[in-house]
Design a protein around this ligand. Structure first.
Ligand code: ISL
Length: 510
């Protein structure tokens, strides 16, 4: 398997995927027990959110030891078993590399705090006088350490001090982390907020691109990544900057969040909601598709552990819209990322106000935030336990660490597996189609002009028969605007001369 030619990546949020020991928290043996399911679904790589030792202020994105597994998730033996058993099924494992910051309990930080002149003294960003700058989780970016008598910088929580990427030793240590996991047999890395390594704290700039590019190049050059899929989470990069990193061989694809922000008021942060407009979805996707139409690749996703369910936020949980979004995304050029539960149409559910746990949401509510915004955008809504089914076949035999007060009837794996017309089967067919159809995987992209409530695009590749992806973004029945050949896949079972609400299909374009 060539990881760079990955077909579909499935994202597992380990805490919420499958609990194997009844403590209410998902774990690595739980993931192992679901490998047959993932293999049936047809995915070829699993991105695991962080499972390293962590005090858990940000659910594992505060790493205290990059080379050990948190006991909550199991042991290094469990991890090795997962890598091995996944490989047996042709599935690779992608590790989440949190390189911008560590936990305040990481040994590097403890030493940096105590001994400014020591080996780790310059590993973090220390200043005598802080400037005023807001962190992503609320509050300022600087916290005073009485031990060192200086302030340290943190883009996120005070428990997540930022590493000093200007220090070559930091880059070497992080390269050591990559080498450690590459040797254990993982097939990819997802770099958390990687654009932030190039920030300029004194000028209050989150991104100095030439700096970020240089640091990342330096990191990647120290490890053999030629057969690894490199994914960067970097919301601040432009398409041209991404292309530059792809040419460098530093990243294969990048997560950008413009689509996720379509229900936010521009520039007002994630909590200020705006009505979702399908025409803007089309325009945004089209812009990004054009940018990588010839060279490079996009990442394709609707949800992740930070982005609650798109079908809840945009389409009131409508299952027809879930099918439409599936066909729309799998028709595009790039690498699809499927977030656990999306394949059964999981929604945001309903969380009791006192049950919210995410640091970002808790801070927001504490400082006067509204539950309406949290129910749409709060990250706990993306982290509800996977809906496997009833009885013994559930997420946990114990009390889940996070609970939904509302469950959508029939939207679980065991129910949908029995129904060949279900969303789950549609995803399985789409994944299989991308595996065999070169046009879908590698073909160029071209928009077919139509009215705003429709999104029609063409995919073509050399002498292969071109494809058309026809999507009705609206809840209305409308005429089909193009001539279509045979259909390869569709949200509806029976063809109709009109496009039904949220209907979508892929057909040949003669
Ligand atoms: O979650 C967000 C908004 O609610 C994003 O702005 C998010 O903070 C950003 O995409 C960075 O996310 C990543 O790094 C964070 C961590 O909390 C996220 O879970 C992770 O995906 C800090 O490590």
């Amino acid at each position: 398997m060539d990881a760079k030619q990955m077909n579909t990546v499935y994202q597992v949020y380990p805490k919420s995927f499958q609990d194997s020991d009844g403590d209410g928290v998902g774990d690595l043996q739980g993931v192992v027990s679901r490998l047959d399911y993932l293999s049936w679904l047809g995915v070829d790589m699993v991105w695991l959110n962080p499972v390293y030792v962590s005090p858990g202020y940000d659910n594992g994105y505060d790493v205290a030891d990059y080379a050990r597994i948190d006991p909550m998730f199991g042991s290094m033996e469990d991890m090795d078993e997962l890598i091995r058993k996944a490989k047996d099924r042709g599935i690779g494992i992608m590790m989440d590399i949190v390189a911008n910051h560590t936990s305040h309990q990481h040994d590097w930080f403890l030493q940096s705090e105590r001994d400014p002149e020591g080996a780790y003294g310059d590993f973090y960003i220390w200043r005598d006088t802080p400037n005023e700058w807001s962190s992503f989780f609320g509050g300022g970016t600087w916290t005073y350490s009485p031990i060192r008598g200086q302030y340290y910088f943190h883009a996120f929580a005070p428990e997540q001090p930022d590493l000093n990427w200007g220090n070559e030793q930091v880059r070497t240590e992080m390269a050591g982390v990559l080498a450690f996991w590459a040797e254990r047999g993982v097939t990819g890395f997802r770099f958390d907020v990687i654009d932030l390594i190039g920030k300029d704290v004194d000028r209050k700039r989150w991104l100095d691109f030439p700096l970020m590019r240089r640091y990342l190049k330096d990191l990647v050059a120290q490890v053999d990544t030629s057969s690894l899929l490199l994914v960067g989470e970097a919301g601040g990069l432009t398409p041209d900057e991404i292309l530059a990193l792809q040419r460098d061989g530093s990243l294969d694809v990048v997560f950008n969040f413009e689509v996720c922000a379509l229900d936010e008021q521009a520039g007002q942060g994630k909590w200020k909601l705006a009505p979702f407009e399908p025409s803007r979805l089309k325009a945004t996707l089209d812009t990004w598709q054009r940018a990588f139409a010839v060279e490079g690749r996009n990442s394709l996703f609707w949800n992740n552990h930070d982005q609650p369910r798109a079908i809840s936020r945009w389409y009131d949980g409508d299952e027809r819209a879930a099918k439409m979004l599936a066909v729309l995304l799998y028709g595009l050029k790039g690498i699809p990322f499927l977030y656990q539960g999306e394949e059964v149409g999981m929604t945001n559910g309903m969380i009791a106000p006192e049950d919210y746990q995410d640091i970002e949401t808790v801070n927001y509510l504490r400082t006067g935030g509204t539950l309406d915004a949290v129910r749409m955008k709060g990250r706990d809504h993306a982290r509800l336990p996977m809906e496997w089914g009833e009885g013994a076949d559930t997420f946990s035999t114990g009390t889940p660490w996070l609970r939904s007060l509302h469950h959508d009837e029939g939207r679980d794996v065991s129910t949908m597996r029995l129904d060949e017309t279900s969303l789950l089967h549609l995803y399985r067919e789409l994944i299989a189609l991308r595996r065999t159809n070169r046009v879908l995987r590698d073909g160029a992209y071209e928009l077919v002009p139509t009215e705003d409530h429709l999104y029609v695009y063409r995919r073509f590749l050399a002498e292969e028969t071109p494809l058309l992806v026809v999507v009705n973004l609206s809840p209305d029945t409308v005429p089909i605007p193009v001539e279509c050949g045979d259909r390869l896949i569709a949200t509806e079972q029976v063809e109709s001369p009109m496009l039904r609400p949220y209907e979508a299909f892929i057909c040949y374009n003669f």
